[in-house]
Ligand binder design. Sequence first.
Ligand SMILES: Cc1ncc(COP(=O)(O)O)c(C=O)c1O
Length: 388
Amino acid sequence: MNIIEIDQKYHLQVYKRFPVVFVKGESVFLYDENGNEYLDFLAGIGVNALGQRYPEVVRAIKEGADELLHISNLYYTPSQALLAKELVEATGLARVFFVNSGSEANELALKAARRYGMQKGRFEFIALKNAFHGRTMGALSVTGREKYKRGYKPLINGITFVPPNDIQAFKDAITSETAAVIMETIQGEGGMTVMKEEFVKEVREITQEKDILLIVDEIQTGMGRTGRIFSYFHYGIEPDIVTVAKALGGGLPIGATVMSEKVAGVMDFGAHGSTFGGNPLITKVALKVLQVINEPQFLESVEEKGEYFRTRLEEAVGGFDIVNEIRGKGLMVGVELKETVARDVADEMFKKRILIGVSGDYTLRFLPPLIVEKEHIDMVVETLKKVL
Ligand SMILES: Cc1ncc(COP(=O)(O)O)c(C=O)c1O
């Protein structure tokens, strides 16, 4: 049996995989078993912000492996404390806890928000339709797409979903029991819908007024993806809780829940924990990733390349009958089609050895490594033009 056959026999078949086995990667390219080269414009669904084998990340992994692999959270870890400091400074919030994935980061965000809210007897959450916040029971409960929840109900109760960018629906959803609102500023899984500035600002004003917490899920949009270190910087707001994962670990699994002092205040000894969360190796690597990305020049280059990408797409395919809209921020770019053929287009791009994603049935999703060059963008745009 070859690798694909072994996987299909023994692994849970919950992913509709592309028929390829990758064995090597370098920068923005991946290589299959036969040495074929693929240009990667999905970056491990937004994880490989620095591409494959970024030299400083590889060095940090090797050094970390030589030093200390695991000690548990019963003891202090230098890289964990230093990463905590840098993440707190980068977000403008007060405290952080490290977990192992995006879902877990949201799980803690919901737990902390509920604890905070329960001081006033508030336990409900408002989330957005089409949102994606993860697969654990709590994160799934605030995920606004039914297809992910089929067969898993009852999930946690007290959750109201409102359409993105609909401030009236948001106001109508608030009750005296509302503890928190959770949202992505660009819905990564749910159609690449970009939140409007007025909507986000008004949500923040109302929540602040009513002492309702605002949780911003930066798992896909964060770590420089949109041209700012976190996407809420585009909106001039400060959330109460920010969740981070994906790109933070440079390819290793880590999540982080960053919170304001008032939220942190309800999380006392024993309120939460994690065996692997913030372990020495991963936090050492994440510290390096954060330092590389959180540089003004690096972030400006993301913004500039993102603008170039969207302009080139507009010129090349914007006028096509099948294209509805090209949208996004920085290097988080969506092309919405008028028909439900997004996966077919991704399959055709794959045959031409370019990896892209989809977001719902209508929308193509581009999340290239942030170190991508304009010549790679040109290759993708030209190929997409032919495929469409
Ligand atoms: C916005 C957002 N939140 C949460 C998650 C869940 O993260 P994980 O798969 O690491 O649990 C994802 C994953 O795609 C995501 O895009």
